[in-house]
Design a protein around this ligand. Structure first.
Ligand code: GMT
Length: 377
């Protein structure tokens, strides 16, 4: 198949999944064209089957806001026309699904005889729960869903939220996020600990784009409580609006020497490989890809019982799921995992096994079947 993938290039789960999906599809012989403002952050691959199209936005003094959606639609039209794309897969409802819709109209306008590509849209989370909840965006998101030929959501939770909020006209299939366990596995590197200036204590990790939904303040509170009871270091990976507030709080609490803010790092496997525990106290997470990747590297997760986490983390087996904001319970369970070695080993092994059930190859087959269904329809 010839597949276009339209995605955000920035640090975040939807861009990561889009890039990993494209790479996997290319390795299975499909031709993949990426449409994005820049190369997606996880792409980093050379393949004869992968093509990247950067969307150039026209700047003109009259346009206060540059028209990215229109430029993207033009780029999709151009590539779809010459490369005869079968499917354009929009990751995140807006603007990608709408630009694909517009591109299709432009193509039909150009040549009504030629069969146009089908539009697949994958909902990732905040496109529904945050952007879709915004009054000014609701109708746009609804249109993007209803005009796609097929829609998937990354969790049952997100599918149900989308149904509740938008009563979509067509069915939404759930294809969960996935992890490539040939890349995401524990590769201990003793030098990394000393390179990072870490002592011999336990390591807790958090990876995200530091949006309010990630509850970074809760992590700081839990970690602060942990420092009073055990030798532990916190690694924050990623960046975003909540980071500087967290840095200030960490200094106020006097724990700055126990916390490292590492910024945006693409290759997280070495860091996950030295971590003992991941903290993900998000109050609404549609899936939580970083948690699945941590589990694949043998890192148990303390997360919330909200959103999509319960669809792949079993409480008391792969980690602990606790009510959002319950700092005391999160601290208690985190401490248990950091101090009871036998328990930790059992959870770590179970996590690796569980992540294996979300292996890239298996889920990519589901996407292939999904595309085939759209082409037959
Ligand atoms: O978490 C974010 O804010 C980034 C966002 C994105 O679009 O990149 O992540 C969403 O998509 C990921 C991949 O499907 C999911 O693993 C995340 O759970 C989801 N984020 C939220 O629902 C908050």
């Amino acid at each position: 198949m010839k597949i276009g993938i339209s995605c955000h290039h920035t640090y975040g789960g939807s861009g990561a999944i889009a890039a990993e999906l494209g790479k996997a599809l290319a390795s299975r012989g499909h031709i993949v064209h990426f449409f994005s403002q820049a190369a997606p952050f996880r792409l980093g691959a050379f393949s004869g089957n992968i093509f990247c199209h950067e969307v150039e936005v026209m700047h003109y003094p009259l346009f206060d806001c540059p028209f990215y959606s229109l430029a993207l639609a033009s780029k999709i039209t151009e590539v779809a026309w010459y490369e005869r794309l079968d499917v354009v897969h929009a990751h995140y409802a807006i603007p990608h699904a709408l630009s694909a819709m517009l591109a299709r109209q432009m193509l039909e306008d150009k040549c009504s005889e030629r069969r146009c590509f089908r539009i697949a849209t994958t909902l990732h989370g905040t496109d529904i729960t945050v952007v879709g909840a915004d009054r000014g965006m609701q109708d746009v998101v609804r249109l993007a869903i209803n005009k796609s030929d097929g829609v998937t959501a990354v969790s049952g939770y997100l599918r149900d939220e989308t149904r509740r909020m938008f009563s979509p006209k067509k069915d939404i299939s759930v294809i969960p996020n996935f992890v490539d366990t040939s890349i995401f596995f524990r590769k201990p590197d003793p030098a990394l600990r000393s390179n990072l200036g870490l002592g011999g204590g336990k390591i807790v990790i958090h990876i995200s784009n530091f949006r309010p939904v990630k509850c970074i303040g809760d992590i700081v509170q839990v970690f602060h409580a942990l420092t009073t009871q055990t030798d532990v270091t916190m690694l924050f990976v990623g960046d975003g609006p909540e980071r500087s507030g967290a840095e200030i709080r960490v200094r106020e609490l006097g724990i700055a020497d126990r916390v490292r803010f590492l910024g945006k790092i693409d290759d997280i496997v070495p860091l996950l490989s030295i971590a003992d525990l991941m903290l993900m106290p998000s109050n609404a997470e549609s899936f939580g890809l970083a948690a699945l990747e941590a589990m694949a590297c043998g890192v148990p997760v303390v997360a919330t019982d909200a959103g999509g986490f319960p669809e792949f983390i079993r409480h008391g087996v792969h980690g602990y799921l606790l009510p959002p904001g319950d700092i005391a319970a999160m601290t208690e369970k985190a401490l248990l995992l950091l101090t009871d070695e036998l328990l930790h080993n059992r959870f770590a092994e179970a996590s690796v096994q569980q992540a294996g059930g979300f292996e890239t190859a298996r889920l990519v087959e589901q996407y292939e079947a999904f595309y085939s269904g759209l082409l037959e329809g």
